[in-house]
Every structure is written in C-alpha cells, then in structure tokens.
Write a protein of this length. Structure first.
Length: 359
C-alpha cells in the first residue's frame, strides 16, 4: 500500500477492519468504528454538504459470531477475520484482563495480523490490544505503548518490545499502539489526520465533540516510584526519602546513611529501584505535586516550593517533562471544580438540581 498521507481530493476510500474480541471494553472497538465511519461524512451532513467518506469500515470477529461484552450484551460483527483478504488499517481492541487465557483463546488472530502487515496494512493495538501485536512478533524491537497499569506485565511477557507507557500513542513502521481505553479516540483521529489531512480530522472531532489527539498518558498514571526488590539497605533509604523528599540531600549523605561508598550506593540504588537517586527524588516530588494540584487551590509557585523546588521555571519544565502536562493543565484535568476555579452560576444550579433530585 502506498503512503496516502498527502493524497489529493479524490483519494481512494481506505478499508478499515475493526476486530471485535470477547470480554473487551466495547468502546475500544466502537469508538474507532464511529470515528472512521464519520470522517468525511458527518461534518458534511451537519452542514448540508455532499458526503465524501474517507474510509470503508468493516467489523469482524474470529468466526464471524456475536461477541460478548462484560456488560451483558453482545455485539454483532459483519464478517469473520479470515474472510478479510486486504485491509489498509486493522484495529485490535481490548479483550479482557486475563492475558494468559485471551492470548490462547484468540491465537488464530496472530498469523492473520502478520499477513495483513506483510501486505502493507497499518496495524493498531488499542490499550491492551497491543498484546496481540506483541505476541505476533510485530512489535519486536519497535516502539510501543499500552495502558500504564499493564505495561509492567507487558514488558515481562514481551521483553523485545521498547515499551513507553508515558505515551498515549506510538507509531513504528506501520505498527501503532495507544494507551488506555480513551486513547482509542486519539489513535483513530491521528490516523484520520494522517491519511485525510488536518482539516478533515478537526471536522470529524468537532462533529463528534471530541478532543484532538493527546500525546502523553503520564499525567493519568499512578505508577510506583520504584519496582519491587529485596535490597534491605536501599529499602531503608527509600523509606527515608519518602518522608524527607523535600530536603536537598547529596549522594554522599544518602550513602553515609547505609555505610556505603557513593559509587557503590548509586550502583545498588539503580539496580534495586530502576532509577538513579536524583530521578527517584524527582518522581517523589512530582507525585506529591500532582496530589496537591488535585486537592488544593494553592498557587503553582506555592506547590513547587512545598515539594522542594524554589525555581518555579525548573519545576514547571520538570512537571511537564514527566507528566506531559503543565501544572495548570494537570489541575484543570484532575482537580474537582472547586479547586479548578469558581464554577459559573448555571453550573451551580445544575449541581443543586441534581442534589435535590437525590434527596
């Protein structure tokens, strides 16, 4: 398949295949279906203009049978996987949390994915759907992401993959991944923009009242600062740092606490925790700042100082590098309305009406 990113108007309609799998979150299949189906059509219909569909969407299951969801209803695909000989884009959604079971149950999907990619298709793993791309060998040596909570398990299962859980989306040689359920929206709009251009992607997003693609999922993660280990001296240092991360302390001072030389301490700390001491302290401080932004209405400068940073510019840059968001943007995403700012009067009325209705 040729790269159609810059194709002119009159471009051929692209074939999109949405794979539906038992026990997955239905939105990871339904949202891509709706977005690709709407591209070039819904905006036009809303403006009484002729439709120019950009994609031809087909839903499939392994045998063409209905797919069960965790909520008690079934989804009816249009066809069976093996009846699809060619597709320009293939979307693989989630399929439940028990990967040991699901990878066996859906193993027939793997050779089909390899054939589609070899024939030129773009293969997309949504959230934990990335496991099927990895199991098919398509992600070996390539950049990938998945839901932040699943990335540790994925890295253990598929160590040849270059996992980056801080990213919402990755693309590497026609293999794409998205992290999290909502990222099915991001990856779909990204592909609409890639093949149809920015204007059509924006029109599609506006017609469906969706945001344009995000790049980072770090701000959404609640990741452990350290991985599990059994080094008692380093665990003692971790416990001390978690109580004293606001203090400026040198490597030598930390090493002295456990009676090690500085070089030995750094080597042991990195081996046990996966981070250098400075990066570990930064992670503790940023996690504390995130909690404060979520629950307090203090200024960003006050929060920066409270977690140990007197240089506000450095704190802002570090926070954005680690979370993918500026501190104010993070607060606007995750803080309750009372912390984000005063709600407009009409919103207070809506909230009050809702509360009265539940009294």
């Amino acid at each position: 398949m040729n790269d159609l990113s810059n194709a002119p108007e009159g471009r051929r309609v692209l074939d999109v295949t949405i794979v539906m799998l038992d026990d997955g979150l239905s939105s990871t299949a339904v949202m891509p279906t709706e977005i690709f189906h709407s591209a070039g059509s819904l905006w036009n219909a809303l403006h009484d203009e002729p439709a120019h569909p950009a994609f031809r969407v087909r839903t499939v299951s392994l045998q063409g049978a209905p797919v069960r969801t965790p909520y008690g209803f079934a989804m009816m695909p249009q066809d069976a996987v093996e009846r699809v000989e060619h597709s320009d884009i293939v979307i693989v959604p989630t399929s439940g949390l028990d990967l040991d079971l699901k990878l066996v149950e859906n193993s027939a999907l793997l050779p089909w994915l390899r054939r589609q990619h070899a024939a030129g298709a773009y293969i997309v793993g949504v959230c934990m759907g990335a496991a099927y791309l990895a199991a098919a060998g398509l992600l070996d040596g390539r950049l990938a992401t998945t839901h932040w909570a699943a990335c540790g398990d994925m890295a253990t299962r598929f160590p040849k993959v270059r996992w980056h859980p801080e990213l919402f989306m990755t693309e590497d040689q026609r293999i794409l991944c998205s992290g999290g359920v909502g990222a099915s929206i991001d990856i779909s709009l990204y592909l609409v923009e890639k093949f149809c251009g920015h204007d059509i992607a924006v029109q599609t997003a506006k017609a469906l009242l969706l945001p344009m693609p995000r790049l980072m999922q770090s701000g959404y993660a609640v990741l452990p600062v350290s991985r599990a280990h059994d080094d008692p001296q380093i665990r003692a240092i971790e416990a001390w740092l978690q109580e004293n991360f606001r203090k400026d302390v040198s490597i030598q001072q930390l090493a002295d606490r456990v009676h090690m030389g500085a070089r030995t301490f750094v080597r042991r700390f990195k081996s046990a925790t996966g981070r250098l001491p400075a990066a570990y302290v930064q992670a503790l401080r940023i996690e504390a700042a995130k909690t404060m932004l979520e629950h307090e209405d203090a200024s960003v400068a006050t929060i920066a100082e409270a977690v140990g940073y007197l240089d506000l510019g450095f704190f802002r840059a570090l926070f954005k590098r680690i979370t993918g968001m500026a501190p104010g943007q993070y607060r606007s995403q995750f803080a309750p309305i009372s912390v984000r700012g005063h709600a407009p009067p009409e919103l207070h009325l809506v909230v009050e009406d809702a509360l009265v209705g539940h009294c």
